[in-house]
Design a protein around this ligand. Structure first.
Ligand SMILES: [Cu+2]
Length: 491
């Protein structure tokens, strides 16, 4: 299907009157209240397992009153929505995951560099009432990673309902690095998710053809599962760890006063040195850490600047303005994600941006031994024209290998995620990657063509292969996914 066919089909579908609830007008709740009416942003509960090296998670049904109107059915780990933030150290981390929801789930540790049988993808299902025990044997540099459901065909629904949480890999040396690390005080976690609600406050999960094609976006912003909260950093340098935990929305984030962000880490760990930026783009699954200076004490608002579908949707709206009405299908204006009100009573622990970091933890990339090419197809949803099949291993790689992967996307930008391996982005559409796409990564937004160098260090057999897929969860569920094994090197 070429672009013209896609647009024709999309516009036919919209004109057919299937919009309304499925294509809501964006009216972000956050904008309505004044600062004093807002409640303080809460962090997900901290589950620090650095000393114990063991933790338990229970996927459970819950009830959450997001809007203060009436509760809505949700899912969470050890709670009603989302899960605790796990702080993990290198070495053994015994996980016991219990499934208390009424359908199969899995728990994928997104960003952990571990073997395939620990990865928690579609091949490690946990039946209702059952548990999965796994030892996560970590040997990777500090990073902000996350965990979420990964059942084939149900990932979009289960993550939307709340089956996700944050993992922070720590080595206890952040103070030596000159970085804040007090959780929820000067080291704030921000899980960004957009959701739809009906007028009664019930969360709406929809699966229309448009939701599948564009990915499901919402008109209400949740930060850490909260609507209309205000973040209260210390009046000084504050660390923000950003996770795009949305199903499909790509965020370009800026502060309302265009204040700087000092980028210190991307998906898989620290950069060699901070990069000063004033906007940051995060596609679903991506993480970034920034230091922001709030020492002026001024209020500011973290804003959504635009969307990554501008290019395609710009051409759509150019052809017919009248059909546009959705968050995705227009070049929408900026909207607020969350306001920041510095708290004078909280002392900042650092007063300068560190000059550099020891980012050598991943070692050298090495030279690629071969090239593979992937095209992310929309019609049908597939990779290299093969829709995902649990029974088919698409690629085999050798442990220790470095490869050059060229990924192309059809019709719209697709966030491409690889399990069990870290990579570096070489180029984006033939140009240098954005600052937030530098460093070691596990997810990259593919617009037209992305080139990456990727290193495979962990084994994955055919019974528990690794996945590579689009992280628009509706695309993933619809077949935009493949699987690969990592075999021992034959000497
Ligand atoms: Cu996609």
């Amino acid at each position: 299907m070429n672009r013209r066919d896609f647009l024709t089909r999309a516009s036919t579908f919209i004109s057919a009157g299937a919009s309304g609830m499925l294509l809501p007008k964006v009216s972000f709740a956050n904008s309505a209240k004044s600062f004093k009416d807002k409640v303080k942003l809460q962090m997900p509960p901290l589950l620090d397992v650095q000393s114990k090296g063991a933790f338990e998670l229970t996927a459970q049904p819950g009830s959450t009153n997001f809007l203060g109107t009436s509760p809505t059915q949700t899912m969470g780990f050890n709670g009603s929505y989302l899960g605790p933030t796990l702080r993990l150290a290198r070495g053994s981390n015994m996980a016991r995951v219990h499934n208390s929801i009424d359908e199969i789930t899995t728990i994928h540790w997104h960003g952990l560099l571990i073997p395939g049988d620990q990865d928690g993808g579609p091949h490690q299902p946990i039946a209702p009432g059952e548990s999965w025990e796994v030892d996560l044997d970590l040997d990777q540099p500090p990073a902000t990673t996350w965990y979420h459901s990964h059942v084939h065909g149900r990932t979009s629904y289960q993550v939307y309902q709340g089956l996700a949480g944050v993992m922070q890999i720590c080595d206890g040396r952040d103070r030596d690095r000159g970085l804040p690390d007090t959780y929820g005080v000067d080291d704030l976690m921000l899980v960004l998710q957009d959701r739809n609600f009906d007028s009664a406050g019930h969360m709406l999960f929809t699966e229309s053809m448009m939701d599948t094609m564009h990915g499901l976006t919402g008109s209400t912003m949740l930060v850490n599962g909260q609507v209309d909260a205000v973040a209260t950093p210390p009046k000084g340098l504050t660390r923000l760890r950003l996770l795009n935990g949305s199903n499909a929305r790509v965020y370009t984030l800026i502060f309302s006063d265009r204040r700087n962000m000092h980028l210190i880490a991307t998906d898989s760990g620290y950069l060699e040195k901070p990069i000063t930026i004033d906007e940051i783009r995060l596609s679903p699954g991506e993480r970034a850490e920034v230091l922001v200076d709030f020492s002026d004490g001024n209020r500011t608002v973290l804003m959504y600047k635009n969307n990554a579908h501008d290019d395609m949707m710009g051409s759509m709206s150019g052809s017919d303005h009248s059909m546009m009405g959705s968050a995705q299908a227009t070049k929408e204006d900026a909207f607020p994600i969350i306001p920041f009100q510095p708290d004078e009573r909280v002392r900042a622990t650092i007063d300068q941006i560190p000059a550099s970091f020891d980012a050598s933890g991943h070692g050298e990339m090495g030279q690629p031994s071969r090239t593979r090419e992937f095209t992310l197809n929309m019609e049908p949803m597939a990779i290299n024209n093969r829709p995902f099949d649990m029974e088919r291993i698409n690629e085999n790689v050798e442990q220790g290998a470095v490869e050059r992967w060229i990924i192309r996307g059809e019709e719209m930008p697709h966030p491409f995620h690889v399990h069990g391996a870290a990579f570096k982005v070489v180029s984006q559409n033939g140009k240098a990657p954005r600052p937030e796409e530098t460093g070691w990564k596990d997810t990259v937004l593919v617009e037209d063509e992305s080139e990456i160098l990727i290193r495979f260090e962990h084994l994955a057999g055919p019974e528990a292969p690794f996945m590579y897929h689009c992280h628009i969860l509706e695309h993933e569920d619809a077949g935009m996914m493949g699987q690969f094994t990592v075999s021992p090197k034959i000497i």
